[in-house]
Design a protein around this ligand. Structure first.
Ligand code: FCB
Length: 449
């Protein structure tokens, strides 16, 4: 049975600058922390980098035409800070602005609504040299950069996302060390988390100051909602504990929507011998300003079981489907997050799914055919979950598939495939996969089919 979406529900695809653009030395672009990190031996699984990637910098017209042909209504892309401000602050590179002007104009000419993300991880190296996300001044640097973009593009871009996945910026990059700049310091990671939140608040203010009232600003947060491994009372109790310590909520959605860091975040920091960041008067008010919307990036839940001492321990299901990333396929996790955020904002903050998708090994047949049934099923089940959440009252406004096309998957290099469009990196030829055709049908029907 078809599950219809409301009229006006927005269907799009997402990408990010470093993952697709290439052209890292062109038109005055400054170096970014991903240019540096990808040169570090062992940092990227296949030793690759984003120097060329999908060559989108030169092929954006073709890519926008592809999107239009697929019937996409919106495009979430990111602006590379080092293209606009090669040194992070100071002199503006006009050729960088020109590039995004061309991308935005191409979208609008094709009836595609541009959603611009200001920061999707490619920090200017010059700012890393000044302490990067560990330096509280980054809130001001980011606000200045946001204002430059808002002034340049705000006449045409009406939807802005400040940061992509601050949990990754803070913890994955500074405590786990798997992403640039690859640091492993719990105190630094927590400072970075607070500075991300401050940058989001200051960035929103800057955008609002430079644009008209029809402009909407939000943030894209990632979530891995806790689910018990089994229905046993022990696993459920462990999952309940893990839920209260959930960093995705505790460090980001809770402070942003409610204006405080839960006590559990303080306790967990102490357990790790990490210091909490210094919070100054006014910080929490800046962080918890009204968001016009909140973006949800969802891929997989966090499975928790009771360890030997009854405390939460990571779990892995035996009979579930896992993607090439080894991420469990569980659409209920998406529903959980949507309900949690709806409740946390008292239903007052509209939601967009700003990323959702899966990496699988595709069957590249040739002659314009790529079979990816697993990805079709992933989209279908997650769209059904989104639909169910809306039926239950969640104010969801749109859905962006991750990703438009295969691309540089960070530390996993070119070994993961999230695209609805296949990219042959040797020729840069694009081929719409079965999942891309499926997504087009969904858009046409405005329903899960
Ligand atoms: C998210 C990132 C995105 C992509 C997907 C698979 O965490 O925002 O760039 O890497 O994961």
């Amino acid at each position: 049975m078809e599950q219809p979406f409301p009229p006006g529900f927005l269907w799009g695809a997402a990408t990010s600058s470093y993952q697709i653009e290439g052209a890292v030395h062109e038109d005055g672009r400054g170096s970014s922390i991903w240019d540096d990190f990808s040169r570090r031996p062992g940092a990227i699984i296949d030793g690759s980098n984003g120097d060329v990637a999908c060559d989108h910098y030169h092929r954006f017209n073709e890519d926008v035409a592809l999107m239009a042909g697929m019937g996409l209504q919106a495009y979430r892309f990111s602006i590379a800070w080092p293209r606009i401000l090669p040194d992070g602050t100071g002199a503006v590179e006009q050729r960088g602005l020109d590039f995004y002007n061309r991308v935005i104009d191409a979208c609008l000419a094709n009836g595609i609504v541009p959603f611009a993300t200001l920061y999707h991880w490619d920090l200017p190296s010059a700012l890393q040299a000044r302490g990067g996300w560990g330096n509280r001044d980054i809130a001001g640097w980011f606000a200045d950069y946001s204002a430059i973009c808002a002034r340049a593009f705000g006449d045409r871009v009406k939807h802005w996302i400040t940061l992509n996945e601050p949990w990754c910026i803070a913890f994955l990059c500074h405590e786990i060390g798997a992403h640039a700049p690859g640091q492993k310091d719990g105190t630094l990671a927590r400072a970075a988390a607070h500075h991300c939140n401050l940058a989001h608040g200051a960035g929103m203010q800057a955008i609002r100051a430079c644009t008209t009232a029809d402009t909407q600003v939000g943030i894209a947060l990632n979530f891995g909602p806790v689910m018990p491994l089994t229905d046993s009372a022990e696993d459920k109790a462990a999952a309940a504990i893990a839920h209260s310590y959930d960093q995705f909520y505790g460090w980001f959605s809770t402070p942003i929507l409610k204006g405080f860091y839960p006590q559990e975040m303080v306790h967990a920091a102490a357990l790790r011998n990490a210091a909490m960041p210094a919070i100054r008067p006014g910080d929490m008010a800046l962080i918890s300003q009204r968001n016009d919307f909140m973006g949800v990036n969802y891929y997989t839940p966090t499975r928790i079981r009771a360890g030997a001492d009854g405390r939460p321990a990571p779990g892995h299901l035996q009979d579930a489907e896992y993607t090439l990333m080894d991420w469990e396929v569980e659409p209920k996790g998406l529903e959980l997050v949507l309900h949690e955020l709806h409740a946390a904002s008292n239903g007052k903050t509209p939601l967009y799914i700003t990323e959702n998708g899966a990496s699988f090994a595709d069957e590249v047949i040739g002659g314009g055919v790529v079979h990816d049934e697993a990805r079709v099923n992933y989209f279908r089940s997650h769209l059904a979950a989104s639909h169910d959440a809306m039926q239950a009252g969640v104010d969801l406004r749109g859905y962006f598939a991750w990703s438009l096309m295969d691309n540089f998957e960070w530390a996993k290099g070119y070994q993961q495939f999230f695209g609805m469009v296949h990219v042959d990196y040797a020729t840069q030829r694009r081929t719409i996969k079965d999942s891309g055709h499926y997504f087009s049908q969904v858009i046409r029907a405005n329903a899960v089919i």
